[in-house]
Design a protein around this ligand. Sequence first.
Ligand SMILES: [Zn+2]
Length: 344
Amino acid sequence: MLSSRYTIESMARITVLTFVIATVAHLAPFIATEALGPTITFGQSHKFEYIDLSHTLNNNTIHWLTHKDPVITFTKREKVPRNVTGTNSINATSPSYWLQADHLELDLHTGTHLDAPVHFSEGKWSVDQIPLERLMNIPLAVVSVKSQVDKSRSYEASMMDILEHEQKWNMKIPPNALVLFYTGISNSYASGRDAYYATTTNDARQGAIPGVHVDAAQFLVQNRSVVGVGIDSASIDNSIHVLGNPMTHETLCANNVYIIENVNTNLGRLTNYKPGYAYASILPIAIEKVSGVPIRLVATIDHYNSETASTHSTAHGSNIETMSHSKHYRSSGSTIGAILNSER
Ligand SMILES: [Zn+2]
């Protein structure tokens, strides 16, 4: 909540600069909608909604099966006697002040985190080397495979799932996108590690983790342009492939495409938005040379500038991306096979 407020205050400052509003009182208050994220309204012109897609990090945060628990220690939480000296003493109204300081021990692939390309591809980008333009305000596409995962928990999202999503919205995934797959497994996260992985062991193969098929990864890399691919499960390779044959990790990393794992269950809320309706900001700490790090993953929806999600995309003639691709999706009798053939 603190950082949401921070964002809002930052945005408020920008608004003040842009519109030269004289007092803070003129800024419309933000309205907290549900627990999922705040909405902020700037006068008549903008209404941003922020959706937090990341798990809060604490000592119980779920991490990769063989990794260690995070340890957050409050090294100081105390009142410190004030030593009144010099001119700053004018505001010293209390004989003490509060001080909290904290220490963190962490396996970096914990909770909602980013896999940098170097994780599975030698010489590719580490966390700190990923350019900011691949992390900030990235068009978001959320592909739901929940019904498939409900039937088979180790399901791998396929190229067909991506094409069906595009056909549903009558548009391609926009360029330089982040594609997130919603499996619904994130709904079991709150029940703890064993429920989330579907095993009481430390062996992923004993459990059931949905992932993304290597064919889907290849399709995104070769036939679309993506900066990142993510999922609301513990691994982008499913539980059958992650140990020993992690080809989805390898394919994405080899192409400098980063991976996001353990997206939280708020992702389900974004499945009804067309590709590019929401934007994602992916905020990793720039730790030098590392292969992964927990992130704050936030989706932003600009309800003023975006088209309504329920509106069919062909209704918007001004949408060049839609127009350029609607032709073959609208052609009568088009099948997924025909669409794929026309792609190649
Ligand atoms: Zn990872």
